[in-house]
Design a protein around this ligand. Sequence first.
Ligand code: GLA
Length: 399
Amino acid sequence: MPRPRRLIAALAATGLALGGIVGSVLLTAPPASALANGLALTPPMGFNNWNSTQCRADFNESMVKGIADIFVARGLKAAGYQYVNLDDCWAETTRDSSGHLVPSHTRFPHGIKAVADYVHSKGLKLGIYTSAGTHTCNKAGFPGGLGHEQTDANTFASWGVDYLKYDNCNNQNVDAVKRYTAMRDALKKTGRPIVYSICEWGKNKPWNWAPNVGNLWRTTGDISPNWTRMLSIINANSSHASVAGPGHWNDPDMLEIGNGSLSNAEQVTHFSLWAEMAAPLLIGTDLRKASQHTFDILSNRDVIAIDQDSLGKQGVIISSSGGLVVFTKQLANGDRAVALFNETGGTRTISTTAAKAGLKSASSYTLKDLWSKATRTTSGAISASVPSHGTVIFRVSAN
Ligand code: GLA
């Protein structure tokens, strides 16, 4: 049927040769045609319950409403956070007699539409989750969307859902491009603008095809709140920078700031590098219990501005040696965001130059440290002492 053929036609229309070289071409050149639903022109910002509650009973209507309230009361909405997203376990385990998904009677006694209405009344948006398989990932056996794409897309649209995360469990080995394209087309048919988040864990090289299918796609398996896992995700996600752009983003998974065993330096690295990589910023901690320190990290407007820059470039690594890594990210006004990242076990000085970071030639440059807020002027050297596992991120402007 036409779907795979349509993808091939779309690739051919970009002027790219088909076959073995498509992958490598797409790794070095952004796709000429991306999903044109007009959404997620900057990386989505919001909240998702999974990293804090998983499937526990405290994932329920009162949590979701509470998060929306906190977005407003604690300035997160003003800082750009918008989507309040439900993950797995929101449904009953069986569809109703006409084949529709049913919200859990215990977690969401008033249904999802009531929650969406509440979230919308705060000027925010609601996201939901299902899987491109027969069932979602949780072993309780919640129904998935495979073969039910239009019914489920229509249900989500009728509830006022604004964002769908579409997972990969129980996929029956059906071709991934086919499965994710089917839901893309179903969402489009609803006529409702719904951000489309592909969650196939980087299994089928989504960086080669997902820019035409979804607004964002996971590049890796699940994050967990520890250094080793975060580091491996940074390494994997940073290699796909060229395919990211307005409306189509690499997704290194949701934030773990405020969770688990991440040190302060590691949390600063997490937020700085997610911004440097133009990643979705989906808060994964239960904000009802979060410390002021967690709010302070998540609310750093200077770092958020790097993530949300309208040019939509993902930062790239310009040097990496002995665990000392330098990223640069091109920004709309000609500035660069330069991140100096120290993977090692001790404090290190990391250095680069304005020229290497891609700035135009100038007699001097202003460096703003986006965490300490200190500014200084340099004739070109960019250097800082960076704590173990930490990141110093500068906004660099040519004078
Ligand atoms: C998968 C996804 C996670 C989360 C869980 C829910 O593991 O990758 O992000 O949605 O399923 O079961």
